[in-house]
Design a protein around this ligand. Structure first.
Ligand SMILES: [Zn+2]
Length: 185
């Protein structure tokens, strides 16, 4: 858990600044600044809520800082070890750090050209490349050896993990894609 908190703490500021930087006031001008990624917002909310509730439960106090709350939880579990709770928190923090890494290192994902997002129906989205916004495929795939580990849509922030029936999702994307191609043709 200790290593995972350090890892999550290292990427937390970057995640928070993505939200702060992307949240432009007023109506969103199409084509200017891309919207805040839902994946970032949902990760930050997941961590904030769980860390606050966890530190209130286990350490009987909490701070406005999510990472500081995780350290309070860590301290409470060191002081009074509970195998189940330690296992739960270790897995949770590791998963959050993995999600953060995947968001901040999209180059680790492979772009899937021509696939259509089943949620927002996007085929392409914007990515920051060498300081400039460029058009890239909406759907990205993360590989773990030779099996699909995660599928993400950079436009709406939808994310499907291995447990979410990825092969069914793939079939759906490809069927939608063929339909679109036929429709356009
Ligand atoms: Zn989408």
């Amino acid at each position: 858990m200790r290593e995972s908190i350090i890892r999550l703490g290292g990427i937390w500021d970057q995640l928070s600044s993505e939200v702060a930087g992307g949240a432009s006031p007023g109506p969103r001008a199409r084509g200017s600044r891309p919207p805040v990624k839902l994946s970032v917002v949902s990760l930050i909310m997941d961590v904030r809520v769980a860390a606050r509730e966890g530190s209130e439960d286990l350490a009987h106090r909490c701070t406005p800082d999510a990472i500081a709350n995780l350290w309070l939880i860590h301290g409470a579990l060191v002081a009074k070890p509970d195998e189940d709770l330690i296992g739960w928190w270790s897995d949770a923090v590791q998963e959050w750090a993995n999600r953060g890494d995947a968001i901040l290192a999209p180059h680790a994902l492979e772009r899937l050209y021509g696939a259509i997002c089943p949620i927002c129906a996007s085929v392409s989205g914007n990515a920051l490349q060498d300081g400039e916004w460029v058009k890239v495929p909406a759907i990205e795939v993360g590989w773990d050896d030779d099996s699909v580990k995660v599928v993400c849509c950079r436009v709406c922030g939808s994310r499907w993990d291995r447990d979410d029936n990825l092969s069914g999702l793939f079939d759906r994307m490809m069927t939608d894609n063929q339909r679109e191609v036929l429709h356009l043709g």
